[in-house]
Design a binder for this molecule. Structure first.
Ligand SMILES: Cc1ncc(COP(=O)(O)O)c(C=O)c1O
Length: 386
């Protein structure tokens, strides 16, 4: 019996494709965005303690209150925002679930969601599953929003805009003026909500403070701000995320969340609450930790013909490879995996609108040894030496 697919155009994600290729080719995997090192010892010990200590049954639907309180405390310290843990903070099974829940709560058939290209690949299918229309708007050349194009993309059916800073795949970050302009563009559009995907909030370089949407009371009033512990604690496989939104928006989000997963893993939530309470230094040191990796990786490729774009945050490095090859990025990435034995992400796979440049994305959340091996292979490949 033929299945009538709700997502006929969707195949396996580019991240799984490149990870699969990395495995068969014996390539170093700088493709999918995850660290090749473990979470902090204190977090591992806390998970073990809570799992052995009987914290193994369903957590409250909206998340453990002590974890929500710890998140609210962190946001108050970092951004001067003081969300009410009871009514404005919800724990989800990763940021991916949070994104899906918000879209399902807001988008109905024919509603439009504006996505800024290139962007994380879970946004569009979630909109399509609700019968919504993704409206793709390209980012500016420096990967900040092109506000003129954004303003021109609104229609009477627009319900949602999704922004993501620090930005995957480019590593771009926003300046305070960008938040002000975003607020101005949205002003007066009372039916339009904002998802601010801030999963890389703790990885911002060069001593710049992160410009969370939570710093702007005007934006915050219409926003779902999404975070992920996976990115911040080297634990992407644990899938714990959170959403901050005003009470009436959180109530709608929770209606979906309670029937998608109901609740998120209990011992894991306890473990994150412990480290947030007891080890705030981990998050305070994270930008420095990754800045060091960024600098090391860039230095290793400095003499090569890969042109490295500036990186203000995240653990991604974009490279323009046009001096090496005229191929399209998908073709080039496949060849790089097989011939150089380094797996990367072709950036066009994350963009429905054509890109001006041919770009690949490296993930530098890797050990020194992994980065050194990858760089050695990349340099040999670009010099044409076997
Ligand atoms: C921009 C962005 N949003 C969301 C996610 C998903 O986060 P999680 O693993 O918590 O579901 C990712 C993961 O790569 C991401 O890069």
């Amino acid at each position: 019996m033929a299945v009538r697919s709700k997502l006929p155009q969707v195949g396996t994600t580019i991240f799984s494709v490149m990870s699969g290729l990395a495995e068969t080719a014996g390539a170093v995997n700088l493709g999918q965005g995850f660290p090749d090192f473990d979470p902090p010892e204190r977090l591992l010990a806390a998970l073990d303690r809570h799992a052995r200590g009987g914290k193994n049954q369903y957590a409250p639907m909206a998340g453990l209150l002590r974890l929500r309180q710890a998140i609210a405390g962190k946001l108050a310290r970092d951004y001067g925002a003081e969300p009410d843990p009871e009514h404005e903070v919800t724990i989800t099974s990763g940021a991916t679930e949070a994104i899906f829940d918000v879209i399902a709560a807001l988008i109905g058939p024919g509603d439009e969601a504006i996505l800024l290209d290139p962007c994380f690949d879970s946004y569009e299918p979630a909109v399509l599953l609700q019968g919504g229309r993704p409206i793709h708007v390209p980012l500016a050349a420096d990967f900040t929003p092109d506000f003129e194009r954004l303003a021109a993309a609104f229609s009477e059916r627009t319900r949602l805009v999704i922004v993501n800073y620090p930005h995957n795949p480019s590593g771009a970050v926003l300046a305070p003026e960008h938040l002000e302009t975003l607020a101005r563009v949205l002003r007066g559009r009372d039916d339009v909500y904002l998802i601010s995907d801030e999963v890389y909030e703790h990885i911002v370089f060069d001593q710049k403070p992160f410009q969370s949407v939570l710093r702007s009371p005007e934006l915050r009033a219409r926003s779902f701000v999404i975070g992920s512990f996976g990115k911040a604690f080297h634990a992407t496989g644990w899938k714990v995320g959170w959403v901050v939104a005003p009470p009436e928006l959180s109530a709608e989000l929770r209606k979906v969340h309670q029937f998608v997963t109901f609740a998120t893993s209990t011992p894991t939530q306890h473990a994150f609450a412990d480290v947030l309470e007891q080890e705030p230094e981990h998050l305070q040191n994270l930008s420095r930790f990754y800045q060091h990796k960024r600098d090391e990786f860039r230095a290793l490729l400095a003499g090569s013909r890969f042109r490295l774009l500036p990186v203000g945050g995240t653990y991604f490095q974009l490279a323009d490879y046009s001096q090496l090859s005229p191929e399209g990025d998908l073709e080039f990435a496949r060849r790089l995996a097989v011939e150089a034995r380094v797996a990367v992400i072709p950036v066009s796979a994350l963009s429905a609108t054509p890109l001006e440049r041919r770009l690949i994305r490296f993930c530098f959340a890797k050990s020194r040894e992994t980065l050194a091996l990858a760089a050695e292979r990349l340099v040999r490949f670009e010099r044409g030496t076997p």
